[in-house]
Each structure stands twice: as structure tokens, then as C-alpha cells.
Write a protein that binds this ligand. Structure first.
Ligand SMILES: Cc1ncc(COP(=O)(O)O)c(C=O)c1O
Length: 490
């Protein structure tokens, strides 16, 4: 029986490549011979040799358990799941799978309003009717935290037809929800809890980290392994919990429904190897990264105007715990916005942040990277920008961001609005109409409008002002908001 130090899938690929079989199957690069030589030089021949299709005997077809099955069982064991599926279209695919799975149980769901765009897309794909719950908004940092158990309870009371609830934890900024209480509330209402733990794949591997959602009673957990744990971009997993509210064959069916019939062996192999690293060395690696980040936080606090988010945030509304592997930098004291600071870091030091907002910038650290060396570079760049900015420049950069207006009433499901009859109208004629597309003004990028919501004067004014001040608009077919797609209501 394979153990956590083994990589059955990666080993099977390696054995296949070593045999050098006759490759009369896709992909057409034929192990590299048919690929562009420049690409082979850049990637290395080995990648092409290991890049084989699905349904290959001895890898995912043949004696059970195949290496493909055995490797996913090891992943389930490592994260403590009833069953785990590898995903090759990211945690985005995981959200599609989760909502399609809930769609087998009925047609209403309770969803966090500021969920990732893939959850909104999943509402379109599944046709589920959402009852949106606002996350707790931080009045000082102007960022969204998590959904509280009380808010979930109220929403489930108001939505007796709900067949499940979906929440996000941790957030981009490292806030962790009270998943145990959320699961208890959902289960009291007889429905499963889906946790989008895209940012928390590492939580399972160190006791100083907040507990992972699966261990707290979540029924379905989406995990973006590539974000922090070190697999290749686009690779992720979805874990089924041990409660009985979700049927395993339904998840299985939904995974295949939104997956290519040619999943990348390279991505899959990277998941197998990342699982081995996390299971066998995760505790040691996370421990080193946490120690390095503690030093980094101290050093950032000494830079004039900068502060960091940390466990002091726990206890704020919507923050049960804090993920110390996330580095979120509070820039308010500099009188520059996070956007401005991130731009300067990029232009002057070639240092790129994961996310920049009005008051907070987020730097992502991988579980296994040399965090001390990475932090030295970040600290030098931060000091460089802060020290070279005069008071006059800060005055010029200081911007007042207004709070976005409340969300419009949801009058159709996102699917009805997105796929139903629609027309293009001038933005000024769209007030009172139902949006057929999403509108998210950057900054700050939280969707102002989702398909199915009624458009208000306040929201359209707010978006127009943001664009006029140099911001941008995501999700819209006309990014200048001259026109807008709206539903034709019967
Ligand atoms: C909360 C959340 N869920 C899902 C995703 C999608 O993850 P992926 O890029 O792996 O598809 C993201 C991406 O940033 C995210 O922040």
C-alpha cells in the first residue's frame, strides 16, 4: 500500500516515459519530437515525455487501484477527506462542481455576496437561486471579512428552501471564519456547508494555524493547492467531508461535467508531488515560513506609516481566527493607497504584490519557499519607496475613496438574467432595469452588480465616478459603461 512518502501517479508517469513506448495517441507533440524546438529548450524535454493523455493503461486505466486512484486516496488521507478529486481548472472548477452538486438537492442556496467570481459563474451554470449574505465589512480597513454564523442562521431562516450554504474562508486578507459554528448552523437547518478554502490548503499541516474546514464539519471544501502549497498553476482539489449530506457519486459526476476529457498529466503529477511535500514536510516547512514571517511583520511595523494585519484582527466581526502565513500590509499611515504603493514597488523595484487595495496590500508566501530571502527583497523595496516619497508627493497621492452603495435587489436568478432575453441600452437608461452582466468597479473590485440584480442610480453613479477617477470596470461588456446589457422583462 502506498504511503504519504510515495507519489504513485508521478511514479507511473515516470515509468511510462522510461519505457519509451510507441506513442500513437495524443498529444501531437509525441513526447517532444513534434513540439516547437524553442519550447522544448525552454521547458526541457522531460516535461514533454511526461505529458500523456487520460485513459492510459497503467496510469488511470488497468488494475485497481490505478496510480491515479491511489494518488487521490493519499490526498484524501492527507487532508482528512472522505474522498478527494484533483481538479485541473483551479478552485474555480471546484466552485462550479460544488454548486452543481447542490443543484442536485434543490434550487436555492445561501451564498456570501462577495464570493469569488467563479462562485457567481457557478450560480449561472447551476441555475441556483441565491440568497445573498453580506460578509462583515471592516469599517476602518475597508475590506470584507467572513460571514458570521448568526448571519447564516438568519439567511437560512429566511430561505427555507435552501439546499446548502457556501462561505469563503480564509479571505484574501487572511481572516478565517468560525467554520465549526457555521457548519453547526447549516446542519441544524439540515443543509450542507460548502467552504471555499481556496486560500487555506496549508492549514492542515501545522498546529499553529487555524484548523482547516474539513476538520470542523464542512461538507465540501474547495482547495487551491497551487496558491500556497506549491503545485502548478491551475491545479486544485475538492474534498468531500465525512457528513452524509452530500452523495459522493453526485460530486464525481459534477467533476467530470466541468472538466476537460484531456486533463493535464503534468498538473495532476504536480498535485501528487505537492501532496507528498505537504504531508511529509508540511509541518517543518510551514514552521520555518511562520518564523520568517514573524520577523518580517516586526520589520514592516518599523517602516514609517506601515503596519500589518495579524492575530489581533481575530475577534473583529467576521474574523474568528487569522492565518499567519498571509502577509497583509496596512498602508494607511503612509497616506498613499495600496494601489499607488504597489505601482511604485513594481515600477521602481520589480516587486509584484498579489493584491493591492485602498488600505491593504497582500504579499503571498508559498509554504515551501525561502521566506527569509523573499522578505529581505520585499523589505528593501518597501523601505526604498517609503523613504523616497516626499510629504508633498503623499499629499498629491492621498485619495478619498467613497463607500460603494448598497447592492440592488435580486429579481431573477443569475442564470435567468445571463441567458435570458436581453438588450443593450445606454447606461443612463439602465436605471431600474435588471443587469444581465456583472459590474465590479476597481478599486476595490467587489462586484457592485451581479446578473439578476436591479440597477440603481446610486450604483451607476458610483461606477461612473470610479471610472472617471482612473479606475476600471470588470465583468462588463462595455468597460467604459457607455452601454450595458440588461434583461428584457416580460
Ligand atoms: C476565494 C477564492 N476562490 C476561488 C478562487 C479561484 O481559484 P483558482 O484561481 O485556483 O481557480 C480564488 C482565486 O483567487 C479565490 O480567491
Amino acid at each position: 500500500m502506498a504511503g504519504q512518502s510515495d507519489t504513485p501517479y508521478l511514479d507511473a508517469l515516470r515509468a511510462y516515459a522510461a519505457r519509451d513506448p510507441g506513442r500513437f495517441h495524443v498529444p501531437g507533440h509525441k513526447g517532444g519530437a513534434g513540439a516547437d524546438p524553442g519550447l522544448v529548450e525552454d521547458f526541457g524535454e522531460r516535461v514533454f515525455r511526461l505529458d500523456i493523455p487520460a485513459l492510459t493503461y497503467g496510469i488511470d486505466v488497468g488494475d485497481e487501484p490505478t496510480p491515479f486512484v491511489a494518488a487521490q486516496r493519499l490526498a484524501a488521507e492527507a487532508w482528512g477527506a472522505r474522498r478527494t478529486w484533483w481538479l485541473v481548472n483551479g478552485a474555480s472548477q471546484g466552485n462550479h462542481v460544488a454548486l452543481l452538486t447542490l443543484g442536485h438537492l434543490g434550487d436555492c442556496v445561501v451564498t456570501q455576496r462577495n464570493a469569488h467570481s467563479s462562485t457567481i459563474d457557478a450560480l449561472i451554470v447551476s441555475g441556483l437561486r441565491p440568497t445573498f449574505v453580506s460578509p462583515e465589512l471592516d469599517p476602518e480597513l475597508h475590506i470584507a471579512h467572513c460571514m458570521t454564523p448568526e448571519a447564516l442562521d438568519r439567511a437560512l431562516e429566511e430561505t427555507p428552501d435552501a439546499v446548502g450554504a457556501t462561505v469563503v474562508s480564509p479571505t484574501y486578507f487572511g481572516a478565517v471564519a468560525d467554520v465549526a459554528a457555521l457548519a453547526e448552523v447549516a446542519h441544524r437547518h439540515g443543509v450542507p456547508l460548502v467552504v471555499d478554502e481556496a486560500w487555506g490548503a496549508h492549514l492542515a499541516f501545522h498546529e499553529q494555524l487555524p484548523a482547516q474546514a474539513l476538520s470542523l464539519g464542512a461538507d465540501l471544501v474547495i482547495s487551491s493547492i497551487h496558491k500556497v502549497v506549491g503545485s502548478l498553476t491551475q491545479s486544485a482539489m475538492i474534498h468531500l467531508g465525512h457528513g452524509g449530506l452530500i452523495e459522493e457519486p453526485v460530486v464525481d459526476r459534477c467533476v467530470t461535467l466541468v472538466e476537460s476529457t484531456s486533463p493535464s498529466a503534468i498538473l495532476n503529477a504536480s498535485l501528487d508531488a505537492a501532496r507528498r511535500m505537504a504531508a511529509t514536510r508540511g509541518r517543518e516547512l510551514v514552521g520555518e515560513t511562520l518564523a520568517a514571517l514573524e520577523g518580517t511583520r516586526g520589520a514592516i511595523r518599523e517602516i514609517p506609516g506601515l503596519d500589518v494585519l495579524d492575530e489581533r484582527l481575530a475577534g473583529a466581526p467576521g474574523v474568528f481566527d487569522y492565518d499567519p502565513l498571509r502577509l497583509a500590509i496596512d498602508v494607511r499611515g503612509t497616506r498613499m493607497s495600496g494601489y499607488e504603493l504597489a505601482r511604485r514597488l513594481r515600477e521602481e523595484h520589480d516587486v509584484l504584490m498579489e493584491l493591492a487595495g485602498e488600505n491593504v496590500m497582500v504579499a503571498v508566501y508559498g509554504m515551501g519557499e525561502d521566506a527569509t530571502a523573499a522578505s529581505e527583497r520585499l523589505l528593501a523595496a518597501l523601505r526604498g519607496v517609503i523613504e523616497s516619497t516626499s510629504e508633498a508627493e503623499r499629499d498629491a497621492a492621498a485619495v478619498q475613496f467613497t463607500a460603494p452603495p448598497p447592492w440592488g435587489e435580486l429579481v431573477m436568478t443569475p442564470r435567468e438574467a445571463f441567458l435570458g432575453p436581453q438588450e443593450v441600452v445606454a447606461a443612463r437608461d439602465a436605471v431600474g432595469r435588471v443587469a444581465a452582466e456583472s459590474l465590479a468597479a476597481y478599486p476595490p473590485g467587489i462586484p457592485n452588480v451581479l446578473p439578476g440584480e436591479r440597477l440603481t442610480t446610486e450604483t451607476l453613479d458610483y461606477i461612473e465616478q470610479t471610472i472617471a477617477h482612473g479606475g476600471s470596470l470588470r465583468g462588463a461588456s462595455d468597460r467604459e459603461l457607455r452601454t450595458l446589457r440588461v434583461a428584457v422583462e416580460s
